[in-house]
Design a protein around this ligand. Sequence first.
Ligand code: LIP
Length: 267
Amino acid sequence: MSAAAGEELLDLARTVGLEAAELVRSTRPVGRVDVAATKSSPTDVVTEIDKACERLIRDRLLAERPHDGFMGEESDELVGSSGVDWIVDPIDGTVNFIHGIPAYAVSIGVRHDGRMLAGYVVNIATGEEWGAVLGSGAWRYVGDDRVVLLAPEAAPLARAVVASGFHYVREIRAKQAAAMAAFLPQVADIRRTGSAALNLCALAEGQFDMYFEEGLHLWDQAAGGLVATESGLVVTGLDGEPDERMVMAAHPAMAEEYFALVRACGF
Ligand code: LIP
């Protein structure tokens, strides 16, 4: 598929993503949001607003493109026939959303024949937006203008500010805590902001030197991952493609050194 087709799909992702973000903003009550159900663990939660947001995104996308596939965090997978799949997290950073911490995002990725083609992320609380098209770069939107993102070189390990996150499952968290105890003294500091999509976009802008996280689903990292790679970052897994076991991202100049440390610490 051409870059022009990627742009068209990105435009649709942005139109629908902005509508979804507005739905969440306008229905979120002040204070804490009620949890509707739990998923993989008592701390892996979903709200009625997550579900309504995904319904809106799914309905709008499939009304425009009825032959596409759809994979979302809150609904059953739909297999399409066009070769295009939408990979959607209606609210990435649900815990932040529930608590009112302003770092939660609509994340919409577009895959064509198994390869990420376009990605769109909007921070629902702040309105910040990012986009990327395969081969055409990554950018932050300022209004309708695009500020192109070229990820800055990362700092040496001892000065690195590293974003990460922790699993919902208790036993895996215990193992991660031990690995983090070995990792933390080797770097300047860590940040845990609670949204993979926003972490990957922030990395592309240079807020962090590296990001890694175990246990992400495809919808958490599909759109942000493309923003990261199109800004010039390396995004990988423990030994090959990024997957649920591990997503690691950093500037190519430091990537090997950073990733080796993650492995050596036992993540
Ligand atoms: C979240 C991720 C975040 C991670 C959380 C959770 P959700 O996705 O984006 O990086 O640390 O544990 O997986 O569940 O809010 O869509």
